[in-house]
Ligand binder design. Structure first.
Ligand code: UD1
Length: 409
């Protein structure tokens, strides 16, 4: 008997029942940060012999933005690549929906698992929700409260229509409660991106990237790709001015995202590299090389969400080149500070940081390398994950980064 509800019907009791019977799971990925998040989930599904498929939407398609990560992370080739490529938000989201729907109808899973906040996340959630297939959102509840960020719209919509919301930090639980999301749907599980970091840290340590570049001595790493930072020439110029100034003091390495490369080539700074000998643009790196570069850096400057989290665990000072963050735990527990996007605010934050470096308190609760196991067990109904953040007396022991991830089976 088909016990799934009619499309659009939400029923707490049903969800709980469904969670105890889920056996066929479809995972979605599409853009670079998704690969690090989906990898430990796919691994946990395989370890538990759960029938599953991985679908790649093709939102990111360059070798260095996609295939390199599948290789480094040991991800199996996706069952299908929808090959949507780049387009406007509307066209890209619509194309993903059009191409995802037949795959979903054909596979007929119990759950669709989406991760993060990219267009692939919201597009596939919408398709699944409208077909009455349960949606699990991994990294739910994060809010920058800035609706000019495309990701913020994706987060709000995805959370609204998801049946299970797997949350990385306490602020996410609070945000979902504030939005009136049913408590039964909220599961505080930790951070799958940190699962991947912990699993691959020893392998990344073997990367030869520092010799290859070469880099001797202290340096800063920069990543930038937010449309609000790179698509507006004034903001982009202001950030670059600060970074080039900073490179006189601390050499800067900037593995440049394709979106930012286009902006760079159109900018007045394009010809300035010869006058900034310590400011280096390099191609995007694979996971191991970037992790090594980040772990050994004296400072990271970024507008990425995931890198705020990774630097927190790596204990590397991070200046976030934004005015807000949807990941406040990286500031309260970790090494992150908001530095804004003007030359002055960035250089001021850099001076402050040199005078008074961040002193991380403890790893955020449940960032212990075992989030994916909790998620899959939650979906299989083996355990119920609490929505409340555990009370920490003195904080959990710091998990040594070189220790292997415990099997959760
Ligand atoms: C997307 C996500 C963003 C995420 C980021 C990580 C959305 C709305 N944005 O932004 O949340 O933080 O990925 O990288 O989903 N391009 C290539 N090769 C590629 C992919 C893109 O050259 O493999 C170029 C194209 O010119 C494209 C541009 O980069 O137009 C931007 O790509 P897009 O996927 O639209 O957004 P991102 O900026 O990568």
């Amino acid at each position: 008997m088909d016990r799934r509800p009619s499309p659009g019907i939400s029923d707490k009791r049903f969800l709980h029942e469904e969670m105890t019977t889920a056996r066929k799971i479809l995972c979605v990925c599409g853009a670079r940060p998704n690969f690090m998040k989906v990898a430990p989930i796919v691994r946990a599904l395989s370890e538990r012999a759960v029938e599953h498929r991985l679908i790649h939407t093709g939102q990111h398609y360059d070798e260095r933005m996609s295939r390199l990560f599948f290789r480094d992370l040991g991800l199996p080739a996706p069952h299908v690549n929808l090959e949507v490529g780049s387009a406007s938000h509307a066209v890209q989201t619509a194309q993903i929906m059009i191409r995802f729907e037949p795959e979903l109808l054909q596979y007929h899973p119990d759950w669709v698992v989406v991760v993060g906040d990219v267009n692939s996340t919201v597009a596939c959630s919408l398709v699944a929700a409208k077909l009455g297939v349960k949606v699990a959102h991994v990294e739910a509840g994060l809010r920058s409260f800035d609706r000019t960020m495309p990701e913020e719209i994706n987060r709000i919509v995805t959370d609204r229509i998801s049946d299970a919301l797997f949350v990385t930090e306490e602020s996410g639980v609070e945000n979902l409660r504030q939005e009136g999301i049913d408590e039964q749907r909220i599961h505080f599980v930790g951070n799958v991106m940190i699962d991947t970091l912990m699993q691959f840290r020893p392998r990344a340590d073997e990367s030869t990237i520092l010799n290859d570049l070469p880099l001797n001595g202290p340096y800063a790493v920069v990543t930038l790709h937010r449309p609000s930072n790179v698509d507006d020439p004034v903001t982009f110029g202001s950030i670059l001015k600060a970074l080039i100034r900073l490179s006189d003091d601390l050499p800067v390495v900037f593995p440049i995202h394709p979106r930012s490369r286009q902006a760079w080539e159109a900018s007045e700074f394009c010809d300035l590299l010869s006058t900034a000998p310590h400011f280096r643009l390099i191609d995007p790196l694979g996971y191991f090389d970037f992790l090594k570069l980040m772990a050994e850096a004296s400072l990271v400057l970024t507008d990425s969400g995931g890198i705020q989290e990774e630097t927190t665990i790596l204990n590397v000072p991070c200046l976030t080149l934004r005015n807000n963050t949807e990941r406040p735990v990286t500031i309260t527990h970790g090494t992150n500070r908001l530095a804004g996007t003007s030359s002055e605010s960035i250089l001021r934050a850099y001076d402050d940081l040199r005078r008074d470096p961040p002193r991380p308190i403890e790893p955020p609760p449940l960032w212990d390398g075992r989030a994916a196991g909790r998620i899959v067990d939650g979906l299989l109904g083996l355990t119920r994950t609490p929505s409340t953040v555990p009370t920490l007396k003195g904080g959990p022991a710091r998990v040594p980064l070189s220790s292997p991830v415990e099997s959760c089976t």
